[in-house]
Design a protein around this ligand. Structure first.
Ligand SMILES: NC(=O)c1ccc[n+]([C@@H]2O[C@H](COP(=O)([O-])OP(=O)(O)OC[C@H]3O[C@@H](n4cnc5c(N)ncnc54)[C@H](OP(=O)(O)O)[C@@H]3O)[C@@H](O)[C@H]2O)c1
Length: 312
């Protein structure tokens, strides 16, 4: 009798735990399906929405401009740093994509771009702003830097993002639009000296504040945090040449404190780690897809507002 009771209890408990596991699996599957449905719903009428992207001469910005233009049919205004970059991009895109020249560190240049975009968008306002322009050098040991080495980078990557955002907010409010700020994994890990990591940490903080402040106006603010990809900002030849410039101007006693081989070892380690980390073909990488998704998906969930893009 006792052993029958034990068997019955065992079977009841086993059945109950199987039912619980099955329910949990079903709920997880249902949540995944609902998430998939939500994420595949895209905004209506992209051909009536305008997106401005900064830093489109090369890299992620250039690729995103061409994808939003060709694949999604948005009205893209691609801001390039150089006339040459603008002409090359125009030649590679549809007639709908407009280019302009904008230096994000120059308030007058940003204001002129705002006038142009304002005429383009009219009463519809600006649907998307992608703050993508950036530079990396000088990067290197902190002691080798002078103040202006920090500001060169901070002016583009942080103050540029702030300036452009402030100037375009009125147009974004009209469209209850979206801001996509390009930070970096180095906005979480300070792996190198110089202004780059500081600037990206700053972009993270600026974006979080902006998201909260713009919530009542229906503006969504996303941060993209790419890992390491072979583009202009990771060009080893430029980084190495700049490290040599920094080293050369150091006083002899500071050089002595590092030792004769320090620069060569540093450059070698930099080359080794970049070779290991950098994904070679950006057309196959996630960042442009993530930017694209932030602008085209109908609903942005809280989970999607901040995203780390994996290394490769
Ligand atoms: N590649 C990566 O591994 C990686 C990782 C994390 C984050 N990011 C970020 O992704 C963004 C795009 O960089 P990318 O990797 O695509 O490199 P990229 O090809 O060098 O693109 C950056 C673009 O910004 C432009 N730019 C520089 N200074 C500017 C200024 N003052 N005003 C306007 N435009 C300016 C550059 O023009 P010039 O080439 O003519 O200088 C370049 O076209 C940057 O914010 C970068 O920090 C990149």
């Amino acid at each position: 009798m006792g052993s029958t009771d034990n068997l019955t209890t065992y079977l009841l408990e086993a059945t109950r735990s199987h039912v619980l596991v099955a329910c949990a699996v079903l709920l997880a599957a249902l949540a995944a399906v609902l998430r998939h449905i939500r994420d595949s719903r895209t905004v209506d009428a992209p051909d009536r929405r305008h997106v401005l992207i900064t830093g489109c001469d090369s890299g992620f910005g250039n690729l995103l401009a061409r994808r939003l233009d060709a694949a999604a049919g948005f009205h893209v205004v691609a801001a390039c740093l150089t006339q040459r970059g603008a002409a090359d991009l125009s030649a590679a895109a549809s007639g709908r994509l407009k280019t302009l020249v904008m230096d994000v560190t120059d308030g007058a240049s940003v204001a002129a771009a705002r006038e142009f975009v304002s005429r383009e968008v009219g009463e519809r306002g600006l649907w998307g702003l992608v703050n993508n322009a950036g530079r990396s050098v000088p990067i290197g040991p902190t002691e080798w830097m002078e103040l202006e080495d920090f500001t060169k980078v901070l002016d583009v990557n942080l103050m540029g993002v702030i300036e452009v955002t402030l100037q375009f907010l009125p147009l974004l409010k009209k469209a209850r639009g979206r801001v996509v700020n390009v930070a970096s994994i180095l906005g979480r890990l300070s792996l190198t000296g110089g202004g780059y990591c500081l600037s990206k940490w700053g972009v993270e903080a600026f974006s979080d504040g902006l998201r909260r402040d713009m919530h009542p106006f229906g503006i969504k603010v996303s941060i993209i945090e790419p890992g390491f990809f072979k583009t202009g900002v990771t060009r080893l030849d430029l980084i190495e040449a700049d490290l040599k410039r920094l080293w050369t101007r150091l006083p002899q006693d500071v050089k002595d404190s590092y030792g004769e081989t320090y620069l060569d070892d540093y450059v070698e380690a930099q080359g080794f780690s970049m070779g290991l980390l950098c994904s070679p073909d950006i057309s196959k990488t996630l960042p442009p897809t993530c930017f694209f998704q932030r602008l085209s998906v109908k609903e942005i969930s809280k989970r999607q507002l901040n995203l780390i893009v994996v290394l490769k």
